[in-house]
Every structure is written in C-alpha cells, then in structure tokens.
Design a binder for this molecule. Structure first.
Ligand code: UDP
Length: 318
C-alpha cells in the first residue's frame, strides 16, 4: 500500500481498469481519470460502490491539479492501431502535452511516476528479441508514427523530468497484452479473432500471417508493473511474455479453443506492420524477480467467457 492518493490516467481503459483493481486490492485510495475517447466506463462499473475509488472524466491534454497525490500512473492513450490511426492528433497530444502535465503533477507533489510505454518504441525491430538498449527502427512519418513517436517523446519527457527535476520515474515498455476488457471491436488481433470465431465468421489474417507477436496475459503484466513502480529502476524495462507466435498459429489456437469452423480470410498487410516482436525480459527478471506465468492457450481460455459475454450483449442490442 502507498500512503496517499494514487492517480491513474486512462483508468477506464483495458489496462488502466485492471491497474485500478490491483491498486485497490493493495489497499490504496485511487483517483481514476479518463476522457472516455477509447476507454469504456463499463470497465469501472464494478467499482461504483468502492469508497476508496473516485472517477473523473477529464482530458489530460489540458493542465489539471488533482491535489496531493503520492503516485501517478500515466496510462492515457488510444492504444490499438485502429484507434490511434483514427485519433492521430489526439494520440500525439496525449503522448506529449498529457505526459508533461502528469509529470508536472508528480513534480509538484513529489510523487512517484510510472509511464506506460510500448514495444512500438522499437518499431519494426532489427534486433530480435528486443532488448531495452535497442533504439528501434521507427518510421517517423508513417501511419503508426502518431503513436510510436508520441510514446518515444513521452519516454524522453519522463527521462528529462528524472534528470532535471529528480522525479522518481519508471518506464515500462509494454508488449502485446490481452484479456478480459479488451474492447471487442478495437481491431486488435486477439479481439478480432475471438469475436470472429465466436460469430463463426472468417478469421482475418493480414499478410501471410507469418509475422510474429508475443502475447502477455493482463494479470501477469499488471504484476510486473506494480513491482516496477516500487523499484529503484528509472531506465525502461520490458514487460511482456516472450512466448512468440505467428499470427496464423494464433488464429489456429483461437479456432481450436472456440471449436469454430471459421475459415481463414487473408487481407492486405497494413503499412509498417512490424514483422516480429518478442521481449527480452532479462532485466525484468533480474531487477524485479518477475516472470509471466500464463501461457497463451491458458490466457485465451480465461478470456473466452468475456468475449462470449460481448457476443451476448451484441445479440441483445439488435
Ligand atoms: N492482425 C491480423 N488480423 C486482424 C488484426 C490484426 O492478422 O484481424 C495482425 C496485424 O497485422 C499485426 C498483428 O496481427 O501483424 C497484431 O496486430 P494488433 O493490431 O493486435 O497490434 P500490433 O501488435 O500490430 O500493435
């Protein structure tokens, strides 16, 4: 437990909401903020009667002062490729002005600070698996740049507030994460495949499906993040599951789990789609004693009831 109030931005998002739950379970008082541009207030519905939780709908691209806080977790940003490409300018603003505003809060109240960075900082990586010392291969003007460069700017800002103002900062580079509360229509691969398999629709594979990703279950990720937030480490730390899958293998796993007869439908590969991604988690293991526990098949199984419920809601709405 941390003395004082913990601020979580992006609290209504997939990871933000799981983080709020974990912080409350530790006994903290939590103030969640979100502008609900991609977050879903339903993700916090179960906290309605939790007296240690407060929620404010606000856009952190405008400066704000929440009063004294002991810790800031900055998780506000559109995060799925479909969302950040639709909200390109908003994504750049939250990853620049939003990050500076939250760093100012941490500076003012001498609070700890953890920023949700991303494996996208590595772009289409030329080093595999990705180590934190790799500076990345990012197209600065491509369709993904609104997200990648905003997140890279945020890292620079966080490092600068540590360097110039001695803020107790932490940077987590989050690799692909999945689980309950992923938006069913966010266009990401796990949500698309699960929803398509449950609807018996074709499973969409972009390109030849040989590109790889390494998927971390949400509870593992949150555990790593909490450990990092309490550590003395200021440099970036990868948190993710190094179990690497091709997207085609992933589709087969979903199809088998759902016992679906869906066909595979190949679609064009989006521009600058990274060909591979796998975290080197040596630093997380050494610094935090953290390793992910949930394998993809098990995590998909745990996520299935949530996606099945999303289908139910879909059906009752029509
Ligand atoms: N992808 C796919 N079918 C889909 C959605 C995504 O083949 O319906 C691919 C996408 O092209 C990428 C990978 O799956 O290679 C992961 O995509 P996602 O949008 O989940 O996140 P990313 O890791 O690219 O940020």
């Amino acid at each position: 437990m941390r003395a004082g109030l913990v601020l979580v931005t992006g609290a209504a998002g997939f990871l933000g909401s799981h983080l709020c739950d974990a912080l409350l379970a530790e006994g903290n008082h939590v103030l969640g903020v979100d502008n609900l541009s991609t977050g879903n207030i339903e993700n916090l519905a179960h906290l309605k009667h939790e007296s240690r939780f407060m929620f404010e709908q606000r856009d952190i691209t405008c400066p704000f002062d929440p009063g004294s806080v002991s810790y800031v977790f900055n998780f506000a940003s559109p995060a799925s490729p479909a969302d950040y490409m639709r909200l390109g300018i908003e994504t750049m603003l939250v990853g620049s002005a939003g990050t500076i505003h939250t760093l100012e809060i941490a500076k003012k109240y001498k609070a700890g600070y953890l920023h949700a960075s991303t494996s996208e900082c590595y772009g289409d990586p030329l080093v595999h698996p990705q180590v934190e010392s790799y500076w990345g291969n990012v197209n600065p003007i491509g369709p993904r740049s609104v997200y990648d460069e905003a997140k890279r700017f945020s890292e620079a800002a966080v490092a600068a507030y540590h360097r110039y103002h001695n803020v107790n900062t932490h940077l987590v580079r989050i690799f692909n994460t999945y689980g309950p509360r992923l938006q069913p229509n966010d266009g990401r691969v796990i949500s698309n495949l699960m929803m398509q398999a449950l609807r018996s629709e074709p499973l969409t594979i972009y390109g030849d499906g040989q590109q790889t990703r390494s998927f971390c279950y949400c509870s593992d990720l949150i555990e790593g993040i909490l450990l990092l937030s309490k550590s003395a480490e200021h440099d970036p730390v990868n948190i993710g599951n190094p179990e690497e899958w091709t997207i085609l293998e992933c589709a087969e796993a979903v199809r088998a789990l759902v016992r679906s007869s869906s066909e595979i439908a190949f679609k064009p590969l989006p521009q600058d789609d990274p060909t591979r991604r796998k975290p080197d988690i040596t630093r997380a293991m050494q610094l935090l004693g953290w390793v992910p526990k949930v394998k993809l098949r098990e995590g998909l199984e745990r996520s299935l009831p949530y996606f099945a419920q999303c289908i139910q809601h879909e059906r009752t709405r029509v």
